[in-house]
Design a protein around this ligand. Sequence first.
Ligand SMILES: NC(=O)c1ccc[n+]([C@@H]2O[C@H](COP(=O)([O-])OP(=O)(O)OC[C@H]3O[C@@H](n4cnc5c(N)ncnc54)[C@H](O)[C@@H]3O)[C@@H](O)[C@H]2O)c1
Length: 270
Amino acid sequence: MPAPDVSDRSLTDLLSLRGRRALVTGGAKGIGLAAATRLAEAGAAVAIGDLDKGEAEEAAAGLGGEYAGLGVALDVTDTESVNTAVHRVRDELGGLEILVNNAGVFPITPLFDTTDEQWDKVLSTNLGGAFRCSREVGRVMAEAGNGGVIINLASTQAFRAGAGGLSAYTSSKGALVAFTQALAVELGAFGIRAVAVAPTVVDTPGVQANMPIFEAAGVGDLIAAISAQLPLGRAGVPDDVARVITFLASDLAVLVTGQTIVVDAGQLSA
Ligand SMILES: NC(=O)c1ccc[n+]([C@@H]2O[C@H](COP(=O)([O-])OP(=O)(O)OC[C@H]3O[C@@H](n4cnc5c(N)ncnc54)[C@H](O)[C@@H]3O)[C@@H](O)[C@H]2O)c1
């Protein structure tokens, strides 16, 4: 299915996601919640999948937009949980054209202290989770025959391991960039695009949870420390990433696939 030529459509129409159905993994908070909120604002019907069903439902109920959000229990490390959630979302929303593989963990542990279990958990969530969700959602999209887009949350860590204690995380995000290219090649024939976004540090509940570690290591407030080094003068807020995700999900990006878009305030250029 060749990508459509959309040159004759207006910008407003191209940005609209009306009629599309989206699943955001790990969408109960942070970058995932911001992405779900913007996708709903652009007109999509949005489902949030997260570990705690109640938190997913509460976050989904708070989404604006035309449609009531749907919250589902989802553990991306578990194939049965993924497949059950994906089928429920497809059945309740009537289809699925947008997948945001956002669920991720980023524990900070020095290499010598990292156990096999810790390594496996990070890889199984950040990389394996994107694989499991893409496999099932990709199948649903291919069967429906309407194309779609898969958006993976990478990180600037994939390109520069600037901080210590993140060997598993950095490896998972580097592999996710490669996985995005593999998806683009294999799913292009179905009209399915695959892209990634690679943010610099973004102030989220997950980053705040790690703050005591940075303070103990003498870094102080990570957000302030990173902001001082960035050419654009500040770290990210979740909506900085959500707006780029919305662009990539839309028909404005109809010929963009396989690429990782860096949202880094200039970090990798400095
Ligand atoms: N915040 C940053 O600085 C930053 C920078 C670059 C990339 N990222 C990436 O963006 C994504 C979101 O990060 P965030 O900072 O918003 O995280 P966060 O910790 O604030 O939120 C992550 C969400 O994912 C959920 N989650 C965790 N494990 C899950 C699992 N197994 N199944 C389903 N849901 C699960 C959590 O419950 C939580 O709601 C992650 O992939 C992260 O690696 C974050």
